[in-house]
Design a protein around this ligand. Structure first.
Ligand code: PLP
Length: 398
C-alpha cells in the first residue's frame, strides 16, 4: 500500500495544469494562434542574452567534474557569497553567506522553510489570494493550513482578518508580494502593520511567529513600485527567492532561502532549513545554474514586456466593463468573474477559446486569474473574445 495523501496529490492535476493540458489539445485541433491560453505562469520573455553567453563561458572554463559534481549541500560558497553581497548591496540586509541556502527554486525554498519550522500541532497562515502549493507544502510537513482573507476592494492584507486567524498554534505567516494571482504589491505601510501584529502576538504567546516571504516576483514591478525587503522590517523572517521569473529560468530550478541573521537562534534555524533540505532530498541545487547566478545576481529579463501586456489587457478589459484588480507587479491579472461560480465562468470563456483559471484554488472564489506572461500579440488578439464574452452575459441578463 502506498500513501493515500500522496496518491491524491499525484493523481489529481491542479486546475491550472488541467486548463493548460486542455489548451494543448485545443491548439492541436484548431491552431495555436486561435487559442488564448492564459493558464500558466511560464515567463514569455526570453532570458537575457548574457545567460547563454555566460553558460557557454562557464562550460568552457570549468573542469567538467568540478562543474557537474555535487556542490556543498547548502550551495557553492562563491554563489552564497555573491547572493549575500547582492542582497547587502541592494537592501543593506546585514547577511553573511552562512545564512544563504541555495535551493531548486522557490517551491523547494518554501518546502524547506515550512518543514524546518513545523512542529506537531503548528499552524501556517497564508494571505489570500495565495499560491495554491502553500497548502500542499504545509500539509506535507504535518502542519495545519489556515487562510486570512484580503480586503475585498484592494486585495491588500486585511489586518483584522489576519489578527483573527493568529492563535498560540501559529508558527508562521506566508506573505507573497508581488502577489500571484492578484498582482498587488503590499505597501510599506501594510507591511509595517503586519510586522507589528506579529511582534505583539509573538510576545503574547511567548514564541516567535515567523514571516515566510515568498518573493519570486521581487523584481517584476511596474510604475517604480518598491517591494519592502522583509528582513529589514521583521527579525524572524525567512526569504524564499527564485530566479524562475526574474531571469525566465523556471525549468532550471534555482533559487535560495535567506534566513535573517537577527532571527531568534538564527544559526539553529538555518541548520533546521538545511536539515529540511536534506530530509526532502533537495541538497545541492543545480551546479551549473549556481555558477551562473553567482555571475549575474542583479540582472533580469526584459520586464517592460510585462508592463506593456498589463497596460493593454487592463485597459481593454476595463473598457469592456470587467472589474479588475490593477496589477502593480508579477504578471497576473485578477478579474471578477461575471457570475458567482468562477468555474462556470471559465467554462463559458472556453467558448471564445479563452483559457482562464478560477480563483477558488487561490482562496478567492468569484475571481479568475489571467496569466499575461504571453506574447503581446496574444493579448491584442484576445481582446475581441473578452468583449464577446461580456456581451454574452449582458445579453443573457436583458
Ligand atoms: N511562489 C509563487 C507565488 C509562485 O507563483 C511560484 C511559481 O509560479 C512559486 C512560488 C514556485 O516557483 P519556482 O518555479 O521557483 O519553484
Amino acid at each position: 500500500m502506498y500513501s493515500q495523501s500522496m496518491y491524491q496529490l499525484g493523481s489529481k492535476r491542479s486546475v491550472i495544469r488541467e486548463t493548460f493540458e486542455y489548451g494543448r489539445k485545443r491548439k492541436a485541433e484548431i491552431g495555436a494562434d486561435k487559442v488564448f491560453d492564459f493558464s500558466l505562469g511560464n515567463p514569455s520573455v526570453r532570458p537575457p542574452e548574457i545567460v547563454n553567453k555566460l553558460l557557454k563561458e562557464i562550460i568552457d572554463e570549468m573542469e567538467p567534474t568540478a562543474l557537474h559534481g555535487y556542490t556543498s549541500a547548502p550551495g557553492d560558497p562563491a554563489t552564497r557569497q555573491a547572493v549575500c553581497d547582492s542582497l547587502n548591496r541592494r537592501f543593506k540586509a546585514g547577511l553573511t553567506p552562512d545564512f544563504i541556502y541555495m535551493t531548486c527554486g522557490a517551491a523547494a525554498s518554501l518546502s524547506c522553510c515550512i518543514s524546518a519550522l513545523c512542529c506537531k500541532g503548528d499552524e501556517f497562515i497564508a494571505l489570500a489570494p495565495y499560491f495554491a502549493e502553500y497548502k500542499v507544502f504545509t500539509e506535507a510537513a504535518g502542519g495545519k493550513f489556515r487562510v486570512a482573507m484580503p480586503d475585498p476592494d484592494t486585495f491588500q492584507i486585511d489586518i483584522k482578518n489576519l489578527r483573527k486567524e493568529i492563535c498560540k498554534k501559529t508558527k508562521a505567516v506566508i506573505l507573497n508580494s508581488p502577489n500571484n494571482p492578484a498582482g498587488v504589491v503590499y505597501s510599506e505601510k501594510t507591511i509595517k502593520k503586519v510586522c507589528k501584529l506579529l511582534k505583539d502576538k509573538s510576545e503574547k504567546y511567548g514564541h516567535p511567529i515567523y514571516l515566510i516571504a515568498d518573493e519570486p516576483y521581487r523584481e517584476i514591478v511596474f510604475d517604480k513600485m518598491k517591494v519592502p525587503f522583509l528582513i529589514n522590517y521583521y527579525d524572524n523572517t525567512l526569504v524564499c527567492y527564485s530566479y524562475s521569473k526574474s531571469l525566465s529560468l523556471p525549468g532550471e530550478r534555482i533559487g535560495y532561502v535567506a534566513v535573517s541573521p537577527k532571527a531568534e537562534d538564527a544559526k539553529g534555524l538555518y541548520a533546521a532549513v538545511m536539515g529540511a533540505g536534506r530530509a526532502l532530498g533537495y541538497v545541492c541545487a543545480p551546479s551549473l545554474f549556481q555558477k551562473l547566478v553567482a555571475r549575474l545576481p542583479e540582472v533580469t529579463s526584459d520586464i517592460s514586456v510585462y508592463k506593456k501586456n498589463r497596460d493593454i489587457l487592463l485597459g481593454g478589459l476595463e473598457s469592456f466593463g470587467y472589474i479588475c484588480v490593477p496589477p502593480q507587479g508579477a504578471f497576473y491579472l485578477f478579474v471578477k468573474a461575471l457570475e458567482p461560480d468562477a468555474y462556470a465562468f471559465c467554462e463559458k470563456a472556453k467558448k471564445y477559446e479563452l483559457l482562464l483559471v478560477p480563483g477558488d484554488d487561490f482562496g478567492c472564489p468569484g475571481y479568475v486569474r489571467i496569466a499575461y506572461c504571453v506574447s503581446t500579440a496574444q493579448i491584442e488578439n484576445s481582446l475581441p473574445a473578452f468583449k464577446k464574452l461580456i456581451e454574452d452575459y449582458k445579453n443573457d441578463r436583458s
